[in-house]
Design a protein around this ligand. Structure first.
Ligand SMILES: C[S@@+](CC[C@H](N)C(=O)[O-])C[C@H]1O[C@@H](n2cnc3c(N)ncnc32)[C@H](O)[C@@H]1O
Length: 267
């Protein structure tokens, strides 16, 4: 497919520490059409709408729950979550992406599009929360200053087209960072994509079939032993509570997308 070829050739032969700059170049030259889906993740919307007992926008004491979306792009998912009452944070390494997402957030919080709601009546029912778009590198700490309140971790983190955008050598670091960012008892929610793409083909996006299980349940590095199945490690930092075939997802998922929902253990 053409979009893969352009992305793959843009990142070909780039060293790992040049990937962030690579994404910023794409944003600065208006090439975000290569991955921009145009609307919030339907499987995430389905999850928060159908399972409010698992992830509600407010805790039992009335505190707004916090959600981080690293590599949030134009900000579709943080905005959708804020429209459902969450305190949502989008994080982007690209300055241009941050400016674009802030404009999008301002416009949508005033006049939301219908795609942000599972049914049209939800729009009237749900009181909005807040969205903040931060600039920074997920693997560094300086952007954490922009988080309100004393806690510098989150009730939930959502991953969509972020892990698949990272070179495979960074997968272990991604999992370690997720374990820091999700508070004990909180959730890591992953829209697993692309599951149809063979893992040894070049990316981005890199094929992720079996990768989340290896990283999160088996404490693997997301490269060796992936796809062999196998049991979860007793000292895993996450346990998988749901593995959902969503009713609706993006056509780029080719019907293979799965939403995996992981609880952070105290390990
Ligand atoms: C494939 S795009 C997906 C964007 C968004 N999730 C979406 O679905 O539209 C990956 C995004 O991650 C951002 N990104 C890449 N590395 C990052 C990092 N280390 N920290 C924060 N953002 C990063 C890029 O700028 C890019 O916008």
């Amino acid at each position: 497919m053409q979009y893969q070829t352009r992305l793959v050739s843009h990142f070909k032969d780039r060293s790992i520490d040049q990937h962030g700059t690579g994404w910023s170049e794409l944003w600065d030259s208006n090439q975000n059409d290569l991955w921009d889906r145009g609307y919030a993740s339907p499987p995430l919307l389905e999850f928060i709408t159908t399972k409010p007992d698992v992830l509600a926008a407010r805790s039992s004491c009335g505190r707004r729950r916090t959600v981080l979306i690293p590599g949030c792009g134009r900000g579709y998912d943080p905005v959708m979550l804020a429209l459902h009452g969450f305190e949502a944070y989008g994080l982007e390494i690209s300055q241009t992406a941050v400016a674009t997402a802030r404009r999008y957030a301002d416009a949508q919080m005033k006049e939301p599009s219908a795609y942000n709601f599972w049914t049209s009546s939800d729009k009237e029912r749900v009181p909005a929360g807040e969205v903040t778009i931060l600039e920074g590198d997920y693997f560094k700490d300086n952007w954490l200053e922009g988080i309100k309140g004393e806690h510098k971790n989150f009730d939930a983190v959502y991953d969509y087209t972020f892990l698949c955008a990272l070179p495979p050598e960074l997968r272990k670091a991604w999992a370690d960072r997720a374990a820091q960012m999700v508070r004990a008892g909180g959730l890591l929610i992953c829209l697993e994509f692309p599951l149809w793409k063979e893992r040894d083909l070049p990316g981005p996006p890199w094929g992720l079939d079996g990768v989340y299980w290896n990283l999160l349940a088996q404490n693997g590095n997301g490269i060796d032993g992936v796809g062999d199945g196998g049991a979860a490690a007793p000292n895993a930092r996450f346990t998988r509570e749901f593995y959902i075939q969503p009713q609706r997802s993006y056509e780029q998922g080719r019907g293979a997308d799965r939403l995996s929902v992981w609880r952070r253990t105290p390990n």
